[in-house]
Write a protein of this length. Sequence first.
Length: 402
Amino acid sequence: MELFAVNRYDETKLTKNDEEAQEELILQRLQRSFQEKAERRKQRKKSPEPQGDEEQQVAAPAEPEPEEPAQESESEEDEKAEPVVEEAKEDESKGEEPAAQAEPDFLVLGDAYFKKLKQVEEILPPWLSHPTVIDSDLSKKGKSIKKLGYLDDQVKANLKKLGFKRLFPVQETVIPWILDAHQKPTPFWPRDVCISSPTGSGKTLAFAVPVVQLLLNRIAPAIRALVILPVKELAEQVFGVFEKLCEGTKIRPLLLSRKQTFSVEQSKLVARFNGEYIPKVDIVVTTAGRLVEHLHSTTGFTLKHLRFLIIDEADRVMDQIQNDWLYHLNKHVKQESDEYLLGRAAGQLSQSELFDKPRQPHKLLFSATLSQDPEKLNTFKLFHPKLFTAVSDPAKRLAALV
């Protein structure tokens, strides 16, 4: 079968003398490396620094087979020389200190690394960060109610019946501001108001007096003021104030708080005449839950004439998410007048947009601890809001102004 025999190495085949010379060269290289290694060991023993007690083992070189070709001998030489070089590198690296690990460019949380994080600075909208500060010291005497020229005589008389001779600082600041905001012509909407004042500072009269004053000249009854409170006990107190302020006027307030049956409240809200429903009251004081019930179940109950939306104890009312009263209120007004109660997208600037479109209700938010969370306050869609805050400590008052 010589046809399949291929002699690939006939031309490069080495003689016996060449093989012996190659083997001697390999042995010389190995002996030289062994000698260098022995010298390094002697130097380490003489040096004062202690070295490891581990004994380094060097495998004895195997004798090369004389019959293999020269190319295989060279590869065998490399294989034997590699462990020697690696051992030499290990010996040299023992005297060197390990390099310091580079710190990661990210923060590792846990027991191994502690660092104080930078405190994020609170960034508030300008109207929250620059409020109008009111002195809440009730011992200071304000102006006498008799000398207030912006209030009607009947309102002054009713305030006197309530036992008030002078206004508190919150009332003295907020009442004229609200009245002045409604004296501007039609294109200028009044700015929504947020009042943060402690309990007992006179917040109720701060919104009740201007509402009654502005509704004195109304022509026909319609729900023009809606006051929402978190619980029925507070609703009854606020209704009592409105009831006394409206004495001797045409304004009719009504309380919706489960104190009466639902059918009785419906009969006091609206009346049916010639097939149409006519509102019978001007001011509605209610809780959020009771309001939602009447929005869905009272026929003829409409808020399309609403001018004031007042939310007392706003923080507590905002937490009443279970009723979702804001959604139902906005949806009701949208169905009645094709307008959103809590804001609508403005069209192109035109005369019809400025004069023909109805005004949105003036929103007044009152609370002893008004939230400064812009996300919560954004649910009310406040229009260019104005913040009044009452601070009793002079140092805190100065800090609020800064």
